[in-house]
Ligand binder design. Sequence first.
Ligand SMILES: [Cu+2]
Length: 279
Amino acid sequence: MNLRSLLSAAMTVMMAFGVLGVSTAFGAEPQPWQLGLQEPAGSIAERATSLHNMLLVIITVISLFVLGLLIYVCVRFRASANPNPSRTSHNTIIEILWTVVPVLILVVIAVPSFQLLYYMDKTKDTEMVIKVTGNQWYWNYEYPDEAIAFDSYLVAEEDLQEGQIRLLSVDNPMVVPAGTRIKLLVTGNDVMHSFFVPSLAVQIYSIAGRINEAWIDVPEGTHTYYGQCNQICGVNHAYMPIVIKALNREDYANWLVKAKEEFASAEILPTSTLLASAN
Ligand SMILES: [Cu+2]
């Protein structure tokens, strides 16, 4: 076995493990050697993933077609096989085809793409509201209807406990009831941040002086979803992860009782005031 075939065998094994890693973990976090997207959680992520899969097929077919054409002209019209090149500079049929066919492909892509865009924009059909504020360099979560608010900081490497993930675990995760559609009102306190949780397919800018709306539908089941700030926001940009912990209704109610004791805040604006200032 020569070096090249050894390397390609090693790559194949690593890719297989990467794919396995993705499929065995539900939603949650990135996996070592992961290829592709994280397992989708919720209807938005499922739609985004199927759009991505459809685009992947289209783009692969186009790339292979163009590659085939290139190889064909390189071989068929090489100098030794074709010593007297043609002087043709126009061909109406081909020119119409290479204009119309890409337009049709774009139209085919636009239909599901706009459907998803408008679906993601339907923030009004939600059951609860959480206000998310990006800070240098941590997140603050506010539950306006419960009058609680708390900061969420990265757990330092030396303080990690069993089951916690380096650079992704936080002290106080955003806790949500599973099987709920949640409106997120995202804003910032200083520089631009971005609230990004790949498995829930939510990514929205957090900008001081503005409130951006997004929604997530957290599926049933107790799961933890991990994300990160993905707007380069300063020296500790890499150290402000996002953790969304979904609990069943009963556990969520219990958490709420404890959270109200710990995180009660008198300064919280009611949802109606927040929504009135949302963009
Ligand atoms: Cu940030």
